[in-house]
Design a binder for this molecule. Structure first.
Ligand code: ZN
Length: 250
């Protein structure tokens, strides 16, 4: 889970229309929020990811559902309040249901900074406080089959990739120096790209990569050769900003 900057409402959201549709919902309970321009604005806001579990929406069977952070059943007047709408996957939506977020708050990533409430260890989310713990519970963020095992697989793939880069680094000799170093830079850059906020499960990818000592071995080599450039530095900084890593890294 990462912090999301709330974008402006879609231009179709004029106050007259919002008022009229909200009243229509209150009177008829009709679905007034399932509009293409709402979905597309929400997808743009979250880089097409579920705001809670970070799965990519619009792929495979993961369709976007428009989530009302404060449930519409309890707070019908907020059914079309732009700041109350979030992009979410079917799994998370099915779990959150009518949980009363005003009485028992959970993290809203467009308002709260997730790392103030959560950290990640051994591919499981841990709560730093009541809000963090409740968020994990309500959304079942440590569901073994659906979330933790896929996280392990991603972590294992990243560990294998960075291990193979250490082998490339160890084998560098004068004849192959340029090509091997270019391979190190290119592949390390790709790994860091998977940790950026627009990548699926970026929290998990940055945890896997930036807590692996092999990453620092390759980085130290590139630094020593004057090859650690501004782009790599920027990618690493952004990854760390969005990460939920708590243990000290070198
Ligand atoms: Zn989700």
């Amino acid at each position: 889970m990462i912090k999301i900057i709330r974008t402006s409402p879609p231009h179709q959201f004029d106050s007259e229309k919002v008022k009229r549709l909200t009243q229509e919902y209150i009177n008829t309970k009709r679905n007034v929020w399932n509009l293409e321009y709402i979905k597309s604005a929400l997808l743009d806001m979250s880089n097409s990811k579920c705001i809670f579990c970070e799965c990519k929406l619009g792929e495979e069977s993961k369709y976007i559902e428009v989530e009302h952070f404060h449930p519409k059943s309890l707070y019908p007047e907020e059914v079309l309040s732009w700041t109350n709408l979030l992009p979410i996957c079917k799994r998370c939506n099915g779990l959150k249901r009518d949980h009363d977020t005003k009485i028992n708050p959970i993290i809203n990533p467009t308002v709260d900074e997730p790392k103030d409430h959560l950290f990640i260890k051994d591919y499981r989310y841990r709560g730093l406080n009541d809000i963090g713990k409740r968020t994990i519970k309500v959304l079942q963020l440590n569901d073994s089959d659906r979330l933790v095992l896929p996280r392990f697989k991603i972590g294992d793939a990243i560990a294998a990739a960075i291990e193979s880069l250490v082998k490339v680094k160890d084998k560098i000799n004068m004849d192959t120096k340029v090509e091997d170093e270019n391979e190190l830079i290119g592949k390390l850059r790709n790994l860091l790209v998977s940790c950026q906020p627009d990548s699926e499960y970026s929290t998990v990818c940055s945890y896997a990569l930036l807590t692996d000592e092999n990453y620092f071995e390759v980085k130290d080599y590139l630094v020593s050769q004057g090859l650690w450039d501004l782009e790599l530095e920027r990618l690493e900084t952004v990854s760390l900003q969005h990460s939920l890593i708590r243990e000290k890294i070198t």
